[in-house]
Every structure is written in C-alpha cells, then in structure tokens.
Write a protein that binds this ligand. Structure first.
Ligand code: BG6
Length: 500
C-alpha cells in the first residue's frame, strides 16, 4: 500500500562530485535504500559525474562496497542488480567551458530519452563550495535548468558561503540564475527523524506546549558530541572550524525547531517563516559576552575506544600551529516573548568521549517545593530528546521510592524509538532526496534563515581576533575543555550528560 503511494515522479539524479566521499558514503547508499523500499519510480536514473577517467562498469563495481557498508538494507543480488543498472558514470570536468556542458547536456538528453525521465532533473552539487556558482552558471547558460519541459532543481551542500558577506554574494549571483524555489540548500540534520519529531512532540501534546515558555523552562541545552576527528578533511576544516562546520548550520537549525512558534500551516513557507523569527531574535554577542559566554577548544592526542589517536594539529593537511576550534560551547538567549531570559547552552565537539546528539529542556522547579522537607532533594523535570545514535525521548520526573519511608527518586518515562522501529528509520539523506523530488522544501534552508544565522556567527567570530594560546586544551576521548563546565556552573546549573 505505502509502496504505491510513495512512488515518485520519474526523474534523473545528476551528481556533481560522483567520486567524492559524500556520494559514496551517503548519496549512493541513500538512493539504494529508497529503491529497495520501492520509494522511487521505476524510471529513476542516476548519473554520477567525476573528473577521474573510468567506465560505468568500473564505477559500479566500486559502489558495491559502499552500498554494502553504508546502506540500511543488506545487499542481495536481486536488489543490487535492480539498483545498479540505473547508475551511470560520466567522466566530465565540471570546471570546463560551455562546449563541455553542451556535451554533458546531450549525454543527459540521450539518457532521458532512453529511460523516460521526462526532463526532470535533480542536480546535486557534492563539490567544494567554490564550484557552486560556476556549475550553476554553466547549467543556466546551456539551458540545463529552467527548461520548458519537466522540472530542474539544484541541491547545494553546505557550507553556503564562508561568512555573511560571501554567503550574500553567492546567493545574489545564484538567484539571478535560478529561482529560489528551485534551490534546495541542504542541512542534513533537518532530514533526521528525531529533528522532525520535535514538531510532533511540541505541537501534538497538550502536556508540553502550554509549558514551552520562560514561565516553566529553566534552560535549554543542545549537545552534539562526536567521536570522530576531522578524518581526511583537514584542509576544509582549517577554514571552517566547528563554528562554521556545526554551529552555523546544524545546531542553530535544531534550536529553531525547538524555539519556533507554531506555524500557521505545515507547508514549507510557514515553517520557515517561524524559524527565521527565532534566528532574528537570537541575541548577538557583545565584547562582554564574547569573554563570558563562549568557550573554545581544540583536541590534543588521546585515546578513543582504546585506540590512540593523534591531536588535531597532527592531522593531515592541518597546520602544526593551528588555532582552529574543534570544540565550542556558548550561552545565548532568544530575546522574544516566549523565551526571554531563558539561557540556551549549546556545545559541540569532535573527538569527545561519546557520540551523541541530544536536546535537553530543563523545567523550573515548582515554587515552594522545599516546603515539604522530603522534597528537598528532588531533581528538575527534564525532557531529553535523543537525536542520535539512539532515537527517542524521555521525561525525567520525580516519584516516591517504594518503601516505608517517604523518600523521593528520579524516574524516566522513556520512549525508545530505535527499539520500536528497528532499522526502519530512513537516513537523513534518503528523506532529503525524496523531499526534493516531491518538491517539498520545508526540510531545506531558505536564504533568509542562512542570512540570519551567518549574522549571529559573525558576532561570535569577532571574538576570534583574540589569540588562543593554550591549544590543544582537551585530550581526545574526554568531555572537552574544563572551561565548558565552568560556563554553565557559574550560573548554578549543570550540563546534563544523559546519554541513556
Ligand atoms: C557534517 C560536518 O555536516 O556533519 C561534519 O561537516 C560532521 O564535520 C557531520 O561530522 C555530523 O553529522 P552526523 O549526521 O554524523 O551527526
């Protein structure tokens, strides 16, 4: 039943950057899973474009390993055959001139005719950001977008610009070439199951929504810990650091979902209108708050899962004196009527002691709670949204401990989504691809969201002019710099290291 309803329009998926990591680890396995579940049209065709010389046969053979390792479903010969016959490799230098693109277009048209994809093309720019504009310009100049038949959409990976100024220039230039509704700017966190669940939990429960404000919420904490370091992306990371790699996009996006007002409708524009208001209300950093409310860090060598790992400065293509941050913790505020005065603590780090992304809503204690002496040890009510790797949420409440004495204890009402829907939750990239084909842009970032998030980041980056002298300041495999603990403890609060 679901299978038929979900079969999408015939279309061709054209990936620029067909030999890159993202394509191999995420995009190809995502398309395989979608096909396996019967979510794509029988006509769906994938053209992977790369600069390296190779045949389609060679490319297909290489993809086998990646699909086996990274897709949600086990490979069998039937599902593999069914999928891989739809995958083609095209050797093409995307920095080439018009004639190159004309040839590419001819190739795509031939494929279109053969596989009846009706002119519908989803271009995916899985390439370094400096190539985005050039590719789109070439697509436009060669009538490969905004055509009179079918639809053509362009999916753009992050980072979109490297600061407010460059993001604005990029956007201005691109928007002269293709309309906003054909641009799908990716933040893959928006495709995560539990991020979408935030709207359901908030707006579907009379238990939470009436309490979702500064009268009842004491503070909000967003944590994204990773075990991995910068892997083979040292050169990229040297230019972004965690500020632009995680905070500017994924973490602020999570915050908008937690803090937005109920949208008038669940259509893309209404949702994004509300998210923008949150970003506009974020309090920019000042000289004083830059000193008080931000803690930065960089990992040194250490041990992760009993394996010794090198420090950031020893990673490939990283300067031995690098000042780049691999950890950040901030305290900020949303200056609006709902959340005025509620501190928001956000932290993210690479090479930490766990892999976990969580959002904690800590509710205020009841006024006068200590009236009963038996209650003086009780904990705060916490709503913990477990984004990954475990999906689910739990609510921490206080209850009487069984026994003859009236003693209190903290208990959890726990919903383990990963236990209930074993292996059934689509990967973020599966969902995003499907939604782009369906023309649903609510899971993609609109330009004004980006603009305001860059403005906020700009206010932080000003503080980066102050030199950092003590890097590395945390060992790999630990919970990060001690300053991050002080950041919250000086307010009489604590990080909830839940991870249950
Ligand atoms: C990417 C960042 O956007 O997100 C990476 O560039 C980071 O540095 C990754 O590791 C984290 O994504 P996830 O889905 O593993 O939490």
């Amino acid at each position: 039943m679901e299978k038929n309803m979900d079969i999408e329009l015939s279309s061709m998926f054209v990936i620029f950057g067909g030999t890159g990591d993202l394509t191999k680890r995420k995009l190809i396995p995502a398309v395989f899973s979608l096909m396996h579940e019967g979510k794509l049209s029988e006509d769906f065709t994938i053209v992977c474009i790369g600069r390296r010389e190779k045949t389609t046969e060679q490319y297909r053979a290489e993809m086998h390993e990646y699909v086996k390792e990274f897709s949600r479903f086990p490979l069998n010969s039937k599902s593999w055959e069914n999928f891989i016959k739809r995958v083609f490799y095209k050797n093409f230098d995307f920095t080439s001139n018009n004639q190159g693109y004309k040839d590419l277009d001819l190739f795509l048209e031939t494929m279109e005719n053969e596989y009846s994809t009706k002119g519908n093309r989803l271009y995916y720019l899985a390439v370094a950001p400096e190539f985005f504009e050039g590719i789109i310009r070439n697509l436009k100049n060669n009538n490969m977008v905004c055509k009179s038949i079918g639809w053509q959409r362009v999916m753009i990976e992050k980072p979109f610009g490297s600061n407010l100024k460059t993001a604005r220039i990029l956007n201005n230039n691109i928007s002269k070439l293709i309309p906003e509704e054909d641009i799908f700017r990716i933040d893959h966190y928006l495709g995560k199951e539990m991020i979408q669940n935030i709207l359901a939990i908030r707006f579907g429960n009379s238990l939470f929504e009436p309490l979702w404000n500064s009268n009842y919420i004491d503070n909000i904490q967003i944590t994204s810990n990773e075990l991995i370091g910068v892997e083979n992306r040292g050169a990229y990371y040297e230019n972004t650091g965690i500020l632009k790699d995680m905070l500017q996009n994924h973490l602020l996006q999570m915050l908008t979902m937690i803090a937005m007002e109920p949208p008038v409708d669940f259509d893309p524009e209404s949702i994004r209108d509300e998210k923008v208001k949150v970003l506009r209300s974020l309090r920019p950093f000042t000289t004083a708050s830059l000193k008080e409310d931000i803690v930065r860090g960089q990992y040194g060598s250490g041990t992760i899962n009993e394996v010794k790992v090198v420090g950031y400065r020893q990673e490939e293509r990283v300067s031995r004196e690098s000042k780049t941050d691999t950890f950040i913790a901030i305290k900020t505020y949303i200056d609006n009527f709902r959340f005025g005065g509620v501190p928001i603590y956000i932290r993210a780090g690479k090479r930490m002691d766990t892999k976990s992304t969580e959002i904690v809503i800590q509710f205020k204690k009841l006024a006068g709670i200590n009236y009963y002496k038996e209650f003086d040890q009780i904990g705060s009510n916490l709503l913990v949204l477990k984004i990954q790797p475990q999906e689910g949420f739990y609510f921490q409440i206080n209850a009487k401990k069984p026994g003859n004495n009236f003693k209190m204890e903290k208990v959890e009402l726990d919903y383990c989504q990963s236990c209930k829907y074993l292996n059934n939750s689509p990967e973020a990239y599966e969902r995003l691809l499907l939604e782009a084909i369906r023309n649903n842009s609510s899971l993609f970032t609109r330009w004004d969201e980006l603009e305001y998030s860059w403005k906020f980041i700009e206010s932080i980056e000003k503080g980066y002019e102050n030199d950092v002298s003590d890097y590395p300041n945390y060992a790999a495999g630990t919970p990060g710099p001690t300053g991050a603990v002080d950041l919250i403890e000086k307010d009489g609060r604590q990080w909830w290291n839940t991870g249950i």
